[in-house]
Design a protein around this ligand. Structure first.
Ligand code: 5AD
Ligand code: SF4
Length: 447
């Protein structure tokens, strides 16, 4: 067997796509841990912010010496940077053999065959009309993961002013429900207990297709699969979050009480310039309703600071929104110009030092809120799905609560894959600590 090394940057969709690439290659290649052992090196890239893109050029640039000493080595750049740069990428990185956009990663075997036939380099960044990702069923030889991702749709139609995704992943296409269900069933047969359904905007699942269920209906169907204990999903666009979906948090026991609901900014003027299509008031009203339906729900969000034209006053509204919502956790970023994104042409850019200052203020505020929320868990008994030994301390076990908090805890060996109760006894900035009490596996469809 030949060896493949794969490195993945960016979002969970990319992680999922990387897994598919390994599955497509599995008859010929086994994964390896070091680029220097590999016959094929794949870098699955992200271009959502400039920093992510720079990392790719750094990493792939450093592979040049390997290619020089072993010309038969095949190097592929895949994903969003590949899509965005296309042929241009070969000018900067002439030692690359494959440039495959997010749709083209599903055509990897054909592209590889061409390179082997001496027809390389191959650049495939075509968006084919009616493209659907093929069903590539997961197979885990030996290792039994407790949780897995399942992509339910590709692409995005929203065109937020700052965002590169509609340009790199193309228009929104939903996968047929039968394929999604078949894939989840296949995962569950192999021992998976928790799935996260993935899409750029899962709330609009199926709206463009005839006869597809709504996202909430799909979620209920997935949740009813015997042997599956937990379901999560990401990402939700606030404008498309509806009552039907909110009710799933209260009515479907498998749906975990956590929602990632990116707000991006707290000022209506900035939200309008970002083309987010909701106001602060509409967003807060949805949060209020969600909490009415499911009081224990944990919310997380994404924040961009220093969007072009963001004044001090606009920024203060982001801070006040953070205080008002009290998210469990946030992901915050300095605005970064992206090729093809509309805001790149906006003139009133915020200086770099000012963006850094605002980001630090966001961190400071959110760190306090996260700490307060984490402390409020102390003394509570939480349901945790055990993932295995804690990477930081193999004496401890690790897992997540339904609200998606990491818990490291003391407990007997052999609990991996079990649903347990843990008494929370302490916390840090990013995790809770506790002690095993009992196993509470649900009676539903023991696999
Ligand atoms: N600059 C900074 N952050 C961005 N994001 C997306 N595009 C940009 C950009 N141009 C952030 C958003 C999004 C998250 C995945 O990345 O907050 O929700
Ligand atoms: Fe990055 Fe967005 Fe592409 Fe995911 S979809 S890899 S976040 S640019």
């Amino acid at each position: 067997m030949k060896k493949v090394f794969i490195r993945t940057f960016g979002c969970q969709m990319n992680e999922y796509d990387s897994e598919r690439m390994l599955l497509l290659l599995k008859d010929e290649y086994v994964p390896c841990a070091e680029p220097k052992e590999a016959d094929l090196i794949l870098v699955n890239t992200c271009s959502v912010r400039q920093k992510a893109e720079e990392k790719v050029y750094g990493l792939v640039g450093r592979l040049k010496h390997l290619k020089r000493s072993r010309p038969e080595l095949v190097i592929g750049v895949c994903g969003c940077v590949a899509q965005q740069e296309g042929e241009k990428l070969l000018k900067r990185l002439p030692h690359v053999d494959l440039v495959l956009g997010p749709q083209a990663v599903y055509r990897l075997p054909e592209a590889l065959a061409k390179v082997r036939a001496g027809e390389g380099p191959v650049v495939d960044v075509e968006f084919r009309k009616g493209f659907r990702q093929p069903l590539v069923l997961p197979e885990f030889d030996g290792h039994r993961p407790v949780k897995a991702f399942v992509t339910i749709m590709q692409g995005c139609d929203n065109f937020c002013a700052y965002c590169v995704v509609p340009h790199t992943r193309g228009r929104e296409v939903s996968r047929p429900p039968e394929e999604i269900l078949a894939e989840v069933e296949c995962l569950v047969r192999q021992g998976v207990r928790e799935v996260t359904l993935l899409g750029q905007n899962v709330n609009s699942y199926g709206r463009k297709e005839k006869g597809f269920p709504s996202f909430a209906a799909l979620l209920r169907e997935v949740a009813s699969i015997p042997g599956l204990w937990r379901v999560r999903f990401t990402t939700s666009h606030p404008k498309d979050l509806d009552e039907e979906l909110m009710r799933c948090f209260a009515e479907v026991p498998e749906v975990c009480e956590h929602l990632h609901l990116p707000v991006q900014a707290g000022s209506n003027r900035v939200l309008a310039r970002m083309n987010r299509r909701y106001t602060r008031e509409e967003y807060l009203e949805k949060v209020r309703r969600l909490r009415e339906i499911c009081p224990e729900i944990a919310l997380t969000t994404d924040i961009i600071v220093g969007f072009p034209g963001e004044t001090d006053e606009d920024f203060r509204q982001t801070l006040s929104l953070l205080e008002e919502v009290r998210y469990h956790e946030i992901f915050s970023f300095k605005y970064s110009d992206r090729p093809l994104a509309r805001s790149t042409a906006f003139e009133d850019k915020v200086p770099e030092e000012e963006k850094a200052r605002r980001l630090a203020l966001v961190h400071e505020l959110q760190n306090r809120i996260t700490r307060e929320i984490n402390e409020s868990y102390i003394g509570r008994v939480e349901e945790v799905l055990v993932e295995g030994p804690s990477p930081g301390n193999p004496e401890l076990l690790t897992g997540r609560t339904r609200t998606n908090h990491v818990v490291n805890f003391e407990g007997p060996a052999g609990l991996k894959g079990q649903l347990v109760h843990v008494l929370i006894e302490g916390c840090g900035q990013h995790s809770l600590r506790g002690r095993y009490l009992e196993t509470v596996n649900p009676p539903k469809g023991e696999a």
